[in-house]
Design a protein around this ligand. Structure first.
Ligand SMILES: NC(=O)c1ccc[n+]([C@@H]2O[C@H](COP(=O)([O-])OP(=O)(O)OC[C@H]3O[C@@H](n4cnc5c(N)ncnc54)[C@H](O)[C@@H]3O)[C@@H](O)[C@H]2O)c1
Length: 350
């Protein structure tokens, strides 16, 4: 298969491209390399796979560039995005043009292509809003839902949409466009509404990629700022498990087309911010914490109910959150910029 990976230089895109190339597929990456650090993912892909993939340095906002990139492919993974809620609040126009118009450009190119490629789009849990109506109990290190069903299963796709933040709106817009292109034009398309994905090749910052960001700060002996009380909970999915799910979804696209799935590590792979900091304290020395006010659109509790995905794809996560954190920590510790003379490392253990 010939596959286009938009945002293929990014964290998820590079992991997907790597797997496809390992499997001998033809890969084209379209990325404007706007995210700091992602050129290193391209360098890594070149080191491992040589010239066997094509890199188009271009912007998804440019319809002609997107059209050329989509023309002769059989499948599109559309990952390219403005990924930070914070940036969306300071520059909503940029956010919408990349996430909304960019996705529409991809969909239109797919619709017009004679090869009628299939498409998978990565949306976000932010499309479900703040979830303020879910009653929570404040425990020592985390919030826990009082409703037993939510606690056991998480948030399902039945949850009404309520876009929060410009990022939530732009990603949610694209999410709905993708589903509608399946409905209105018969494009084979599906949506992954993703919680927190983490793993190697993630250059996390304070604005996006909190798990990697916390680990990087700790490795460098720098303090971590927590917005809110740190008891907010997310389910975490290791990137290799996500890649498995994406590839299964592609192979079953005819049966899942037109559907959106909540995707994450589920109720058995959750962590609060404070719990991640505790875990970091067992990997290296405990990080210093600073607390600031809550961030806009920050959910106190979001855990994916992945039952629909599990039954549609016959898939389940294989990497336990504690093992996965250890693996990401080890990868980050190997990166030269994280080797601080002040940092001390201990053996990774669960
Ligand atoms: N990582 C997560 O936890 C998570 C959670 C929910 C949804 N998502 C979604 O998954 C996708 C991939 O996320 P990621 O974590 O790999 O982010 P990332 O920032 O590492 O990757 C995004 C890539 O898109 C590229 N890009 C940005 N603007 C572009 C433009 N205008 N034209 C072309 N390329 C552009 C960037 O250079 C980057 O390489 C995004 O759509 C994101 O919204 C990620």
């Amino acid at each position: 298969m010939t596959v286009l990976v938009t945002g293929g230089a990014g964290f998820i895109g590079a992991n997907v491209a790597h797997r496809l190339l390992q499997d001998g597929e033809d890969v084209r990456i379209l990325d404007d390399l706007s995210r700091a650090g992602v050129e290193r993912n391209v360098a890594w892909l070149r080191e491992v796979h040589g010239k066997s993939f094509e890199l188009v340095v271009g912007d998804v906002r440019d319809a002609a560039t997107v059209g050329r990139a989509v023309e002769d492919v059989d499948h599109v993974f559309h990952f390219a995005a403005q990924v930070a809620v914070t940036t969306s609040l300071t520059d909503p126009h940029l956010d919408f043009s990349v996430n909304g118009l960019g996705a529409l450009n991809v969909l239109e190119s797919v619709r017009r292509s004679r090869r009628r490629p299939s498409i998978l789009y990565t949306s976000t849990n932010k499309v479900y809003g703040a979830l303020d109506d879910i009653s929570l109990e404040s425990q020592r290190t985390r919030y826990a839902p009082i409703d037993r069903d939510v606690a056991a299963r998480g948030i399902s796709e039945q949850r009404p949409l309520e876009f929060h933040s410009p990022y939530g709106c732009s990603k949610g817009t694209a999410d709905q466009y993708v589903l509608d292109y399946a409905r209105s034009f018969g494009v084979r398309a599906a949506v992954f509404r993703m919680s927190c994905i983490y793993g190697p090749r993630q250059f996390g910052t304070e604005d996006q990629g909190w798990v990697a960001h916390f680990l990087i700060r700790a490795l460098r002996g720098e303090s971590i700022t927590i917005y809110g009380d740190g008891k907010q909970v997310r389910d975490l999915l290791f990137v290799d498990d996500l890649v498995d799910a994406l590839l299964r979804a592609r192979s079953r696209i005819d049966s899942i087309s037109g559907r959106a799935f909540n995707v994450g590590g589920g109720p058995s792979n959750t962590l609060s911010l404070l719990e991640l900091c505790e875990r970091i304290g067992r990997l290296t020395r405990p990080p210093r914490l600073a607390f600031e006010g809550w961030r806009q659109a920050d959910q106190r509790y979001y855990v994916s109910n992945t039952n629909a995905l599990v039954s549609a794809l016959d898939w389940r996560p294989t990497v336990d959150v504690h093992d996965g954190i250890g693996r990401l920590f080890e990868w980050l510790a190997e990166q030269p910029e994280n080797r601080s003379p002040r940092a001390t490392y201990v053996q990774a253990s669960p």
